[in-house]
Ligand binder design. Sequence first.
Ligand SMILES: Nc1ncnc2c1ncn2[C@@H]1O[C@H](COP(=O)(O)OP(=O)(O)OP(=O)(O)O)[C@@H](O)[C@H]1O
Ligand SMILES: [Mg+2]
Length: 236
Amino acid sequence: MLKVDQVHTYYGNSHILQGLSFEVPTGKCVALLGRNGAGKTTTIHSIAGLTPPRRGNITYMGKLISGLAPNKIARAGIGLVPQGRRIFPSLTIRENLIVPARDRKQTGTGDKSWRLEDIYDLFPILKERENNMGTQLSGGQQQMLAIGRALMTNPQFILMDEPSEGLAPVIIEQVGDIIRKLKQTGLSILLVEQNFYLACGVADTVLVMSKGQIVWQGTPEELLINEEIQHQYLGV
Ligand SMILES: Nc1ncnc2c1ncn2[C@@H]1O[C@H](COP(=O)(O)OP(=O)(O)OP(=O)(O)O)[C@@H](O)[C@H]1O
Ligand SMILES: [Mg+2]
């Protein structure tokens, strides 16, 4: 569904992604793991068009998307849950959800069409607090809002950048449950994480990244028994 092929991305003269290649098959969850500064967010931003690759191709459902503007990429059906949530602080929860909403006709086919009520069914706390400002939420609630906001664009594919960052263990478990539920709706997911256990608990395939390249790829089961990779690249 998504194919990243020999991608090179720079910030000015800094060569960050150095020939990055991987694929995310339809309906699967692929986790991308790596230490601070490995290039995970740069990968997400390269796909979303926020930091376009200088070389290499990114194709989505057979169409070349690298080089398109971010709004065109979003409209093709790719949703983004950014690192740090990026909730609009001066808007209420309800407004945060409604602002990006886009109906299914524009995005094409998907297994599920998300409306405000569906988001509230998935996250009842957001319904209870719908008139609170974005800043009045806990970290976990902000994360749910960030996920809900991405779902309101009715994506078929979702990019999630470290959704567990800064959250308590019990909330991280809830994030894992949500990701599993989203997969059941037919969504394809690229999950960037530093939380090894969350990633292994939800992913079909795990990619390990270092210095802008994929250095290991396998199943969660294979990674869980590979202490060498865990130590060398993940600091587990
Ligand atoms: N806007 C920028 N300008 C210049 N260099 C940048 C910029 N953003 C990131 N970098 C550098 O690019 C490299 C990769 O950063 P990136 O944010 O992709 O890492 P990451 O894997 O997401 O890390 P983290 O887990 O801390 O979020 C780092 O060396 C970082 O310092
Ligand atoms: Mg990052």
